[in-house]
Design a binder for this molecule. Structure first.
Ligand SMILES: [Zn+2]
Length: 206
């Protein structure tokens, strides 16, 4: 806890003091984020940090495994997606998975979370990913298999997003853009799915 309070102190004296006007205007005028960013709860993935986002830029939804539940399974994540799209009118939705994701490991090996009933049930929503990996990537092992699973998981969640009427309507109208990202932890790089080539391509930043 002491570490958190020390951090809060540093934030108030440093970042907040330098950006006081921004925080005041966000408090007065409300938020208008352009992007809904759906990612994993993993502490090593920091959406604002990796995109250099300012307060008010990203509407962030985090859960175990960056899962987008099917529209027939409402819950907190679905509510956040609905609010971001229908009320805030975000223009982009990014689903961002990451390498070394424990949730994806559990999707590949459900028995490993047999003693964690909530985790097991939550991740059972993504069991289609395991089938895809078993069918298409049987030749891969170790890290390559894991990365493929992380990528397939993100694509599967993008498919689920399209199932929401309010998402598909805005996609058809050209008012919304979906991105499938994978953050490579040890390299600080992001790979973005390019539908035209059917592969994840490293986002060029310079
Ligand atoms: Zn994760």
């Amino acid at each position: 806890m002491q570490k958190l309070v020390k951090g809060l102190h540093a934030f108030q004296k440093g970042y907040f003091a330098r950006h006081r006007k921004l925080f005041e205007s966000l408090a007065t005028d409300g938020q208008r984020p352009e992007t809904l960013f759906i990612t994993c709860s993993d502490s090593r993935v920091m959406p604002d940090l990796i995109t250099s986002a300012a307060p008010g830029d990203l509407f962030v939804v985090r859960n175990v495994g960056n899962v987008v539940p099917h529209p027939t399974l409402p819950g907190g994540t679905s509510a956040a997606i609905e609010y971001a799209v229908c009320v805030l009118g975000v223009e982009n939705i990014v689903v961002c998975g990451h390498t070394q994701c424990g949730a994806v490991q559990a999707i590949l090996d459900p028995a490993s979370v047999g003693e964690l009933p909530y985790v097991k049930q939550w991740l059972s929503q993504a069991d289609a990913v395991k089938r895809v990996i078993d069918e298409k990537y049987g030749h891969l092992e170790g890290e390559a298999r894991m990365t493929a699973a992380v990528e397939e998981n993100v694509l599967s969640q993008i498919d689920n997003l399209r199932e929401y009427d309010f998402v598909s309507e805005r996609l058809d109208a050209g008012k919304l853009h979906l991105s499938a990202w994978v953050f490579h932890l040890g390299r600080g790089e992001v790979f973005d799915f390019d539908p035209e080539v059917g592969e994840f391509i490293r986002v060029r930043t310079a």
